[in-house]
Design a protein around this ligand. Sequence first.
Ligand code: ADP
Ligand code: DP6
Ligand code: CO
Length: 325
Amino acid sequence: MKNHAKARAHTNIALVKYWGKANEALKLPTTNSLSLTLDRFYTDTSVTFDEQLSADQISLNGTALEGPAARRIATFLDLVRSQAGISSKAQVTTVNNVPTAAGLASSASGFAALAAAASRASGLQLDHKQLSRLARRGSGSATRSIDGGFVEWHKGFGDRTSFATQVAPADYWNLNVIAILVNQQQKQISSSVGMQRSQTTSPYYREWEKLCKHDLKKLKMAISNRDFSCLGTIAEENAMRMHALTLSAAPDFSYFDADSLKAMQLIHQLRATGIPCYFTMDAGPNVKVLVEPEHLNAVLAALTPAFGANQLVVAAPGPGIQYLT
Ligand code: ADP
Ligand code: DP6
Ligand code: CO
């Protein structure tokens, strides 16, 4: 049995977001979601199952992991071991080319890369649908990082039916996403905790579920027509509806910081001058700007004095899972 594998997975930015679980243990979502995989942010993970080890050994960015983050990975490895019918512990080495736990979807690229590397190292041969189901058990957003380009996560009604499929490949539409890195520190409230609190306490949660259905329909139309203003409008509205669920939770919380608000205001101003650009934000203060390549320089020119060129990362649609060994 080949007991080693290394894989790369890219992060994704949700345009219609996942923000709540119908089943915590299986990580089944309350709604479908649709994302764009990004070329500039990714995780490389290698896994070696070794009979000599007495416990899983995990390093993230060169440092040994302990506590809840290590347990989350070990629990995921238990799932892979049970599917593969093996019992060896593993050496896991993972490197994030994306800030960890800062709202830039490290859990998506992290668990997608781990699903691919661990399953292959264990001897399992999984297709994209099976890999997507497996990645989901690590982090919901990882379900959508197995494929490149535009990807939809079908919520399904059980483990077998909850997986993602590609809506359009990375080269279908030449778009850019500017990540404004306003703060790369780890968030206080993880996505898992934030969505659970929103779901259980926001009075607007049912409305969110209903609106996501409409947003998804419109977004798929926008993608099929390559209608940028429609895509951007839906993404921005959907993101703000998600953040309204955190503001309306009890106790209330927010992923915004002062610079996030400054970035959003700048995008509104730019749009008022006729430059088509839209923002979205995940569970963290870093704002992402959607823009077509022809307007990229104009948007960068407006953002640079406010945030500095080093804080602006320009991404494009990225690929699906890749095996590196
Ligand atoms: P993010 O916005 O970065 O996705 P989350 O709160 O969703 O933040 O998840 C962050 C958690 O994801 C980390 O605390 C860790 O448990 C997990 N994670 C991050 N990077 C990796 C990785 N490379 N491999 C496995 N798990 C990871
Ligand atoms: C705001 O997938 O990180 O990025 O499933 O609990 O690990 P868990 O949460 P996670 O949540 C992502 C939330 C989001 C929206 C999205 O990616 O769809
Ligand atoms: Co996450």
